[in-house]
Ligand binder design. Sequence first.
Ligand code: THG
Length: 430
Amino acid sequence: MAQVTVETTGTMLVGSDIAAATTIMNAMDVDVMGLNCATGPQEMAEHVRYLSQNWPRKISILPNAGLPELHCGKVHFPLSPDEMARWLERFLKEDGINIVGGCCGTNEDHIAAINAMLERQEFDKTGGKKRPAPVKRSVHFIPSVASLYNSVELRQENAILAIGERCNANGSKKFRLAQDSGDWDTCVDMAKEQIREGSHTLDICTAFVGRNEVADMSEMVTRLRGSVTAPLVIDSTELIVLEAALKLYAGKAIINSINFEDGEEPAHARMKLAKKYGAAVIALTIDEEGMAKDVDRKVAIAHRLYDFCCNQYGLPASDLMIDPLTFTICTGNEDDRKLGLWTLEAIERIHKELPDIQIILGLSNISFGLNPAARHVLNSVYLDHAQKRGMTGAIIHVSKIAPLHKIPAHEVQAAEDLIYDRRLPIPEVA
Ligand code: THG
């Protein structure tokens, strides 16, 4: 059972809002979530309503006896015992709360009035209990991740969850150079810039030969947790790096990633972390035989991952983010031409067969090897096709994605010909 204190500013002292607190508490499997202190019941009413509509388990409410006033140099709490009891009765009947009490400024008289109010309620006769029957409420739980400050929905309306790709030592030269010279301000600025561009969450990868990945990841998480509102995606193959990051992070993070490349042992270790720290999980379609390239293997491994994470570990399906792998289709090798198409077909099948999970891709991989202008076009067109087939999120550089109507039609056509491997016969040279 855990309670949060929402100040008159509308957030907790550190700045977390009620939605962020709710998302994190839910991920930590808290049984009873509540509010206490800081304000009286009137100021709490809006947050009580939020919990009533969004918190899936029991609710406790312990307000102060109003907002304190100074009377002749002495602190005075204005709410009488009866007023206090009336507010709690309203929360009981309208919001279906389960546990009541008082915090600062309440005394025996307040508790006696609250008790008398409870005794007036209709009792729950089951099991000989002398308690008010629980009031029904309809909870609309929305699968989310959270930073210390904000909650972000994993399913975006008519859009994908944009995971900023640039805070990655292997994915950005600028980031790598800043990290390597200890220029953490630049690293944090790159995070903030991605949020301004529209990233909902940020992928963080500090793996770089010759540097201490635990120390660098810890530095990034420590700096970002208090300065950016977007939830973090911890991108590392090393268990100790994942754990160091999750330990430091106050929000509900996403682990990137688990797979079955070396059997199930590493995946077990990562799922234990996910449960302990309440994280969502990106899972790649890789098994003991390697990365899945054809559709059937991608789908089969997706089902195995679902069974492993959701059935064995109880991870909510909405917190499982399957990544059916993006490979570049720009190598010129005959064997690689269908890889983008197969990933699209796998997305469609996984979305149909496992409708509640999330599906993501590391989008930019699709265009490795092309020039920057061509990459933007191919990335944008591929994103559009993947989204239409059921992809719910992607690791991307948001400002480098264009809506298709902003790209000349013949360029869209060229990208689609590449994705669908449509080829014209090569003309005979005279
Ligand atoms: N799936 C999951 N996680 C991933 C990937 C994935 N994490 C890493 C990667 N793949 C996704 N992130 C990136 C980041 C950058 C680029 C590609 C993928 C990229 N960068 C440019 C380049 O290297 O040419 C920009 C270079 C620069 O700015 O210096 O393409 O697939 N789960």
